[in-house]
Ligand binder design. Sequence first.
Ligand code: AMP
Length: 373
Amino acid sequence: MRVFVVNSGSSSIKYQLVDVVTEQVVLAGLLERLGQPGGDAADHVAGMRVVLDRLGSDAASIAAVGHRVVHGGSIFTAPVVIDDEVVAGIEAVSALAPLHNPANLAGIRAARLALPDVPHVAVFDTAFHQTMPAAASTYAIDRAIAAEYGIRRYGFHGTSHQFVAGRAAAVLGRPLESLKLIVLHLGNGSSAAAIDGGRSIDTSMGLTPLAGLVMGTRSGDVDPGVLLHLERAGLPVAEVDAILNSRSGLLGLAGSADMRDVTAAAGAGDADADLALDVWAHRIRHYVGAYLAQLGGLDAVVFTAGIGENAPDLRARALAGLQHLGLTLDAERNAERSRAPRIISPDDAPVAVLVVPTNEELAIAQAAATLVG
Ligand code: AMP
């Protein structure tokens, strides 16, 4: 069974044709600069026609289309088959993700036109975290204001956290339902999730993907008073937005959003880069400690995404000093380069540490395949 996975941005369409049985990518590609001079197409509708052309005879093998949708608000708690009502629902929560949801919808509309005879499925970044208890999802602000503006913790990267948790259980040879896990999705965007018996009970991103860990260009947690202070000082909202979302994180602290640059600079003696790594690791440990407490026990910590999968030194730096919690690495296992999900703690460690490569496209394809049978 083949699922066509679409990740539509405001000016791009990323796509993959995935065989969910063999887990192989049949075909993958990207259209960029839609609507711009010299871009790959004039808009999403024209772009989808280009994609269909590229698919050629493979288009006939598509059993379903899986769409990545960033924000499902409180409406969507699982993947859904897209109809007009679902489109309206995604539209209704667009104010919560004004950069992402309209772009995702443009892709959905174009793909439904291009492939009208197969089911289309929306898979939400937020859905997995809808199991969080109210104590974790509620901000301590005026309840009427929160209700009026939809303000609560939603969390993101849910597709990845869920996928990685499932693979981790397989590597450990134990049912997911029996496991207490902390998943650390450490990439350009980063988030931590506490997963109890396969259900998300807490996560570091919030109303938006700005909260939590130190990211490539995003600040992660700051005192909300920082925003007020900057706005009172006369900075416009758009400027504060750009500072926190686009010019903070590793970029703000060390001058590059790319972790490889930051580690190289720190290795060459750059004090700013070294501090950036210390802040990055400090924040991760903060969440590991918090989630250990929320979970009331811990079977495994799981590293995933670009940094989590590829940077042994940073995994060690993130968990440094947590031996008293049972968190230790086997130096040789940690250093090994592999694409396979694997355990990197010693056999006798009280808490397992794993590396599990994430694969959001495969996860979306699997979710769509499960839903449409
Ligand atoms: P992602 O968003 O999951 O694609 O992750 C991108 C991030 O992973 C970037 O900051 C990369 O610099 C980082 N990354 C990829 N490979 C490595 C590596 N070998 N060492 C350190 N960081 C890496």
